[in-house]
Design a protein around this ligand. Structure first.
Ligand code: BDR
Ligand code: CA
Length: 302
């Protein structure tokens, strides 16, 4: 089993990525750290506890709260896509149990990196603020990690926030710059790849119908908003940005990787630059195999 730490800002597709992780026997989800991005960090943390209460993974991961805003600019969130509460503004989420005091995400990331070293895969599904702060706190810790897989960037395709910038890198370009400059074993899963990971509504409905119950109903309910908005934008289904990054962490052969040197622009653009590669970028996706894996694991029959 691969021990993973997931840094996340749930978020509809972050939630689907967490469910995929909890349904994957190859992974041991050691810890989840939250970061401000799609929603403010307190809301992201509440959503992790909502999802834990819904899915009840065993053993439960450690949860830690992270940065409340980007390194050097004001937070931009994404309520239009994810809802004010990040999970589609459903009126009836049960109040989840949660500890009154949580560990600090940066300390948890540094500790996990030092303890597990090459064994650890770190999966980043939101702005890279916590990772940049972990580098600042202990520059030697993250370079010990076996793999860092991050969803972010738009290399040879248009962005989804500005004409050239993708949301996670647009929210905290300074953090993205520091992470790319740190000499990590970094695998980036940008929009170039995730726009190939489009889940048709009928596929999701059929998979959930095979495992009826409260988990399936809740996944259907919060996902519906993602389908609606992506359809309105012209897609043939919902784009599974964060689930693809999670899947690429558990099975790197689902995508083709290109070693690339990237520089980060002032708005979070990912530009090809001259020189030694500073990451690998996911390009071609085996979409059929990815969607099968995702739908098989999303919602186990109870
Ligand atoms: C990324 O932005 C967020 O809204 C999604 O959760 C994903 O991590 C896609 O650009
Ligand atoms: Ca996300």
């Amino acid at each position: 089993m691969i021990p993973v730490l997931i840094d996340t800002d749930p978020g509809i597709d972050d939630a689907l990525a967490l469910l995929l992780a909890w349904g994957s026997r190859e992974l041991s989800v050691e810890a989840i750290t939250t970061v401000a991005g799609n929603v403010p960090v307190e809301v992201a943390t509440t959503n992790v506890f909502r999802l834990l209460a819904l899915r009840r993974p065993a053993p439960p991961p450690a949860v830690a709260a992270g940065a409340s805003g980007p390194l050097a600019r004001a937070l931009v969130t994404s309520p239009r896509y994810h809802g004010e509460d990040g999970l589609a503004d459903l009126p009836d989420w049960p109040e989840p149990a949660r500890p009154s005091v949580l560990p600090d995400a940066v300390a948890l990331i540094v500790d996990a990196a030092r303890r597990l070293q090459r064994l650890l895969t770190l999966v980043a599904l939101g702005p890279l603020t916590n990772l940049a702060l972990a580098l600042k706190a202990d520059a030697g810790a993250l370079p010990l990690v076996g793999r860092v897989v991050a969803m972010g960037g738009a290399v040879d395709v248009p962005g989804n926030v500005t004409p050239a910038a993708e949301f996670n890198f647009h929210v905290d370009p300074e953090a993205a710059h520091r992470v790319l400059a740190a000499g990590l074993a970094l695998d980036l899963v940008p929009l170039d790849a995730t726009r190939q990971a489009v889940l048709p509504r009928a596929g999701m409905r059929a998979a959930l119908a095979r495992a009826p119950g409260p988990l399936a109903s809740r996944i259907q309910a919060f996902s519906e908003r993602g389908f609606r908005i992506d359809h309105a934008g012209g897609a043939q289904g919902m784009m599974l940005h964060d689930p693809l990054a999670l899947a690429a962490a558990l099975d790197p052969t689902l995508v083709e990787w290109e070693p690339v040197r990237l520089a980060i622009g002032g708005d979070g653009e990912t530009r090809r630059a001259a020189g030694e590669p500073n990451c690998r970028v996911a390009r071609g996706v085996d979409t059929d195999r990815f969607l099968r894996l995702f739908l098989d694991r999303l919602c186990p029959a109870s």
